[in-house]
Design a protein around this ligand. Structure first.
Ligand code: UDP
Ligand code: MG
Length: 331
């Protein structure tokens, strides 16, 4: 067990992706601040404004005016939470990076415990939703199905019910940064980098203000991203199913042929015919669609576009952070 009991870090970064969170952001920052005030490390809080259409940006600017620890990464448009997280992590400088949602579903009060685990030598501290009772029944059920399927198909083990709320050591954060893919299924990327990981169970709270930004079809898209970027098993299943059906069709052809040779050619079998045609047609379309999903992702990756564009970036000055450290050391 190497690097047990890490030396005390000087800077902890907190990354908060925000999309139309103006209603709750002040409250969030207050609660976060209360926690951050209790820890001895210097802190930077990087708010990523993911192309909000409300006045989230103004709220963040107001926070920056009153709190020198606050930084802003303002993206040029809405890129989605996964990319916003990357933009945030890319712009952190801390020895430990904590990722947290802006809606207070991830209680900031766990941060000291996460840091504690970090000092004990863990590179990744993942917060596991032990109790999802604040999620709807449907969300719980669909999440369960999704994690089951993903676990079966994927080559890396992506832990169940672990969200994006987590702590990354500098090297784990750098590892996440080094992965260039456009389809950023963050939970998968986090799992892919490995390192010593600790899971801490927590109770996910109800959203504090505003609504969830994940309508069903977006969640489905995320699920598809998760599966296709971490597994090619569906392609294998499709080709195997194809082979199986073809073999069955060949055998059936033989039977029909022998029967025709022996008993002549009765005009019958319309139901069999129509069933075979529609079934095969459906199966083929599905397999082609599946191929398309992968090919489409290949296309996106092959363009090598930047992940995101930044409109404005304003991070806390190092001087300020140092002053913060001195202040804490003195106090
Ligand atoms: N979010 C984001 N960009 C988006 C959607 C969401 O930055 O396009 C942020 C959002 O502001 C919040 C976090 O991601 O801080 C989690 O979003 P949400 O609460 O809607 O997701 P849920 O908790 O329902 O999974
Ligand atoms: Mg939420």
């Amino acid at each position: 067990m190497q690097n047990q009991f890490r030396k005390r870090s000087t800077l902890v970064s907190v990354v908060v992706p925000c999309f139309n969170e103006s209603d709750g952001l002040l409250g969030f920052h207050q609660r976060l601040s209360r926690v951050l005030d209790t820890i001895t490390e210097s802190v930077e809080v990087v708010y990523v404004n993911d192309g909000s259409v409300d006045d989230t940006r103004d709220v963040i600017d107001a926070l920056r005016a009153t709190d020198t620890r606050v930084g802003l990464v303002d993206l040029s448009r809405n890129f989605g939470k996964e990319t916003a997280l990357s933009a945030g992590i890319d712009n952190t400088r801390g020895d430990a990076v904590i990722v947290i949602d802006a809606d207070l579903q991830d209680p900031p009060e766990y941060i000291p415990e996460m840091l504690h685990a970090y000092y004990a030598g863990y590179d990744v501290v993942a917060m596991k939703r032990g109790d999802r009772s604040t999620d709807t029944l449907f969300k719980r059920w669909s999440a369960k199905c999704f994690y089951k399927i993903l676990a079966r198909l994927s080559d890396v083990e992506i832990p169940e019910n672990v969200g994006d709320f987590r702590l990354l050591s500098r090297r784990a954060a750098d590892a996440v940064k080094s992965m260039p893919e456009r389809n950023r299924y963050m939970k998968g990327l986090f799992a892919f980098v490995g390192f010593r990981t600790l899971e801490i169970e927590y109770k996910r709270e109800r959203r504090d203000a505003g609504n969830s930004k994940w309508p069903l079809f977006k969640l489905l898209g995320l699920a598809l991203d998760g599966i296709t970027s971490f597994s090619i098993a569906p392609l294998r299943i499709a080709s195997m199913a194809g082979a199986l059906v073809a073999a069955g069709a060949f055998l059936y052809g033989l039977i029909v042929l022998t029967k025709t040779l022996i008993f002549g050619e009765p005009v019958a079998g319309f139901p069999t015919l129509i069933i075979a045609i529609t079934f095969l047609g459906g199966a083929q379309l599905m397999a082609i669609g599946l191929l398309g999903e992968y090919v489409g992702r290949l296309l996106i990756e092959s363009k090598q576009r930047p992940l995101y564009f930044v409109d404005t970036i304003a991070l806390p000055e190092h001087d300020e952070l140092n002053r913060e450290v001195r202040k804490k050391a003195a106090g």
